[in-house]
Design a protein around this ligand. Structure first.
Ligand code: ACO
Length: 478
């Protein structure tokens, strides 16, 4: 295939020499812009320059958006371990140092000095709110907490035993049907209203999923309560009795919400951005984020951690489970350990561990899985396998124990995560519209390894070979 090539040179690999000028380097006698990366095709000797982009923090990137036009090739990066997909000013993570900043503020400071709705405001608007802005924002969220009564009939379509994350995907997706014709995503005001609506309604949708599973009546939101208090009340109150908010529980929920509010381009946020890049309805985009979050490698880990700790059951069993986690022929992994970005302590995990101790002490709860979790963490952190691979506890290692102490059943853990992360998803979705490049429809490429072009075969000409799926199915049944 002949491809347009914007720039070519016959530079041989390894012949580079830097000059000491600021903007120009000399490579094999040729002056080149220092702020570029040169890629050489060793099959042909051709070289191509790509501009370097610097952010305010973190590693620089080089812009390969013209790569195909210049070289006729794509890059290959499964799991996007080295690929930046957008420019963002919302969250910064330094995984080597264990730093997490939202709009420049360290997560520890936000958890200790702020509240969830202020953090939502910060993520959406870039600054912490003034007193007036705080009041306006809190009122805007509070006045959107109710669901359209018709939406509640969607719950009845689910089995009572349905996983609440399945209900979340369905009901949040259904929300798009209620706000489709009046949501113009190209109008910044309407984008903001959509953001307020979804942040406000998520606790109601989540709490109703729980109420439905246990056959209790839905509790309407109460606008005099804070975001976290309201969530607790909708989850645990019944119409026949007065419900007293426990301040320790409300504070713990608020902390958990802050700690999960955003985490830059993770699987679910990238899913929301990708869905949004086609111009889809924002509520449908959030539903796609919920689906992506559900998996045990992402937001489903908190539920999986508790299941694992229960399965371990006794400190004496820990070595057996550590051995399984290290055994490559066993698919078992230590849930709540490891992270794509953090190669150091996840700063959220430290806060979560402290909160866990606080909550259990203050509520006077002794959970038998806590000593198992502490011992598992201690042993894993001293084990060569985990040290070598820089596997530390992540945010979800302790969150399940806290949520259990607060009365949440384990299938609801990921629901709480999805409520918290909604602001991150919608902040990224909103940010996308401020940047023309990010608005291009997301469309990754692939390396095709299938059959080359061939002619259609009539059924009589086809060879009789048992397909793989039928063979596997047969093995499973026998
Ligand atoms: N237990 C045992 N081994 C692990 C674990 C683990 N939890 N995590 C990673 N490893 C090992 C891998 O087997 C691999 O070993 P190898 O180099 O010998 O092949 C190495 O560490 C690197 O692992 P990758 O899978 O390449 O790491 P990646 O960055 O792709 O995955 C992930 C990160 C998915 C989080 C992984 O660590 C994991 O599965 N952890 C358990 C699930 C979990 O806790 N997820 C929550 C993440 S936080 C969040 O989403 C809120």
């Amino acid at each position: 295939m002949v491809c347009p090539r914007e720039q070519q040179s016959d530079t041989a690999y390894g012949e580079r020499m830097k000059t000491n000028t600021d903007k120009v380097s000399t490579i094999a006698g040729k002056a080149v812009d220092k702020n570029t990366v040169t890629i050489i095709n060793n099959r042909t000797g051709e070289s191509f320059d790509f501009p370097i982009m610097d952010g305010t923090e973190g590693p620089s990137l080089f812009n390969i958006s013209t790569l195909y036009a210049k070289t006729g090739m794509f890059t290959y990066d499964p799991g996007f371990t080295s690929t930046g997909s957008c420019q963002s000013g919302i969250t910064f993570i330094d995984g080597e140092k264990g730093i997490l900043l939202h709009r420049g503020y360290p997560i520890e400071q936000l958890v200790n000095s702020s509240n969830y709705l202020d953090v939502c405001y910060l993520l959406l608007h870039g600054e912490l709110p003034s007193k007036k802005e705080q009041l306006e924002f809190d009122t805007a969220i509070t006045t959107h907490t109710m669901l359209h009564e018709q939406l509640t009939s969607f719950y009845r379509g689910f089995k009572r035993s349905a996983h609440p994350m399945a209900i979340m995907v369905g009901v949040v997706g259904a929300l798009s049907a209620f706000y489709h014709s009046d949501t113009d995503i190209h109008d910044p005001i309407q984008r903001m209203v959509a953001a307020h609506r979804i942040i406000a309604k998520m606790p109601t949708i989540g709490a109703y999923a729980y109420k439905y599973s246990i056959g209790q009546p839905f509790m309407y939101p109460q606008n005099s309560l804070s975001y976290s208090e309201n969530l607790l009340r909708m989850m645990f109150a019944v119409p026949t009795e007065e419900y007293k908010i426990n301040a320790v529980s409300a504070r713990a929920i608020d902390r958990i919400l802050i700690l999960h509010a955003d985490h830059e381009q993770n699987a679910s946020t990238s899913t929301v951005r990708l869905a949004g890049s086609s111009g889809a309805n924002p509520f449908a985009c959030v539903a796609s984020g919920i689906a992506s979050l559900w998996g045990p490698a992402h937001g489903g880990a908190n539920e999986a951690v508790l299941k694992m700790l229960n399965e371990i059951g006794d400190k004496k069993q820990i070595p057996k489970f550590i051995a399984r986690a290290k055994d490559k022929s066993d698919s078992f992994r230590l849930m709540g350990f490891g992270h794509r970005v953090y190669k150091n302590f996840d700063p959220r995990a430290k806060v979560m561990k402290d909160t866990c101790h606080e909550v259990l002490n203050e509520l006077g709860i002794s959970d038998p899985v806590l000593p198992i979790a502490l011992e598992l963490e201690r042993i894993a952190l001293e084990d060569e396998y985990f040290i070598e691979r820089k596997l530390y506890p992540n945010v979800d290692f302790y969150s399940g124990i806290i949520l259990r102490a607060l009365g949440f059943p384990s299938p609801m853990f990921t629901v709480l995560f999805s409520i918290a992360r909604t602001v991150g998803w919608i902040a990224h979705w909103k940010e996308m519209f401020g940047n023309e490049e990010s608005q291009r429809i997301g469309r990754p490429r692939q390396l095709y390894v299938g059959t080359k072009q061939r002619n259609f075969k009539q059924i009589e000409q086809r060879k009789q070979k048992t397909p793989d799926w039928l063979r596997l199915w047969g093995n499973r049944r026998s």
